[in-house]
Design a protein around this ligand. Structure first.
Ligand SMILES: Cc1cc2nc3c(=O)[nH]c(=O)nc-3n(C[C@H](O)[C@H](O)[C@H](O)COP(=O)(O)OP(=O)(O)OC[C@H]3O[C@@H](n4cnc5c(N)ncnc54)[C@H](O)[C@@H]3O)c2cc1C
Length: 383
């Protein structure tokens, strides 16, 4: 398993793409304070997403015939890295670009590909992921939301929770039960595309610890779905969702959630000129971890580029990456607290407070830490 973490280089061909992404990201954050930039993942800015689409920076790995860039996973790595490093607002296109479009490409019909993917590549069509339900998070196979065949189409009843961006999204790809009961587990699950503006859909935003409402509860009360709402084969939802989660866990996004704070703290240290032994050792250790994680994430991308599915490797990067992202605010708070007389800007304080409050969620979203460790154990043949 460890042999697959082979040192790889990002091809030089992508440097132009990096320069464009860096320029657009810089423009987008020019007037934003640091604590707003730290909200990069949940920062909703539909105009910025359309700008990225117009510059050809969305749907990079999707075929050109559907409006994509026809490039490989390294292209997406470079762009995502630049956007997150700058703290640019990525929420409006994030899910559609990362998960929904590749899912529709892999499992959808030709008509669905043409209907949805070009608008996603333009940054004009916003999607949400409907997996989690109350009581069905880590135990995803126990979902109860049900779509029943009625006439030509389907009727949808149930509830999803923690749905990122549901209040802005046009559509959700939901994991639902199309036959059997929750006790049937993986059998009888399917994925359907739901119009979130349809009658019978209610979206109720939920506030997180920092007071931001970037996710929501979504209720379905006898929602009518057309016959072509089904994505892929009926009953194959579990296999499809597993493939979808592999897209979610393998990107550079699992190491950069606290990077705006790290940059802000480094700028603070430079401005104070403080270089005590404990601080320099802390900075060196943090940067060594980040550089190693980045090399591991690039190794995962090289496996994707080679057509492999690095499920275990991506789980290792997410486990270590989120631990790094969570350690940063604690270490920075301790360091600042041990120099109490030093003036600290309000902007840095607010950023530290925000990242400290949301850090526990880093190892929950996209699959909880314990679940990833179970996947790693399975990779070792232990389960
Ligand atoms: C910011 C954020 C955004 C999210 N966005 C979305 C979204 O867009 N769409 C969506 O569908 N979901 C979303 N989620 C939900 C996320 O996928 C779930 O929170 C996650 O899967 C965990 O499920 P849960 O919250 O029900 O916790 P639980 O599954 O109840 O887990 C609680 C704790 O118990 C541990 N645990 C659970 N089972 C085991 C086990 N078998 N062995 C050992 N430990 C275990 C977990 O690791 C965790 O620490 C989001 C979550 C967050 C925090």
């Amino acid at each position: 398993m460890f042999a697959s973490f082979t040192f790889a280089r990002i091809p030089a061909d992508y440097e132009d793409l990096r320069a464009t992404a860096r320029r657009l990201a810089k423009e987008a954050v020019a007037d934003r304070p640091m604590d707003v930039c730290a909200r990069s993942w949940s920062g909703y800015d539909a105009e910025f997403s359309r700008k990225l689409g117009a510059a050809g920076l969305l749907g990079l790995t999707l075929p050109k015939e559907y409006g994509g860039g026809g490039m490989g996973p390294f292209a997406r790595f470079v762009v995502v890295e630049e956007l997150l490093a700058a703290g640019a607002p990525v929420a409006a296109h994030w899910i559609a670009d990362r998960q929904s479009a590749p899912l529709i490409l892999n499992f959808g019909t030709e008509a669905q590909r043409h209907a949805y993917i070009p608008a996603i590549c333009r940054g004009e069509s916003l999607f949400a992921i409907g997996m989690s339900e109350p009581g069905s998070g880590s135990d995803l196979a126990s979902v109860r939301t049900r779509a029943e065949r009625r006439g030509d189409g389907w009727r949808l009843n149930g509830q999803k929770i923690w749905t990122s961006g549901a209040m802005h999204a046009d559509r959700m790809i939901a994991l639902v039960r199309t036959s059997g009961s929750a006790e049937d587990r993986h059998r009888g699950l399917s994925q359907v595309i739901v119009d979130l503006h349809a009658p019978g859909v209610t979206v109720r935003p939920i506030k997180d610890l920092a007071g931001d409402a970037h996710f929501a509860e979504v209720f379905f009360d006898d929602v009518a779905l057309p016959s072509d709402a089904l994505v892929g084969e009926e009953g194959q939802g579990w296999q499809q969702v597993t493939a979808e989660l592999a897209f979610e866990r393998s990107g550079p996004e699992r190491i950069y959630s606290s990077v705006v704070l790290l940059d802000g703290w480094l700028a603070h240290l430079r401005s104070t000129g403080r270089a005590d032994a404990a601080t320099t050792a802390l900075v060196g250790g943090m940067i060594a971890r980040l550089a190693t994680l980045r090399a591991m994430s690039i190794a995962c991308t090289a496996l994707l580029e080679a057509g492999e599915s690095p499920v275990v490797e991506a789980s290792i990067v997410k486990d270590l990456g989120t631990a790094f992202e969570q350690d940063l605010p604690l270490a920075i708070a301790d360091n600042l607290a041990s120099h109490r007389d030093e003036p600290v800007s309000d902007e840095l304080r607010r950023t530290l407070e925000y990242v400290t409050l949301v850090a526990p969620s880093f190892s929950l979203r996209g699959g909880a830490r314990e679940i990833l460790r179970g996947i790693i154990a399975r990779g070792l043949g232990l389960r």
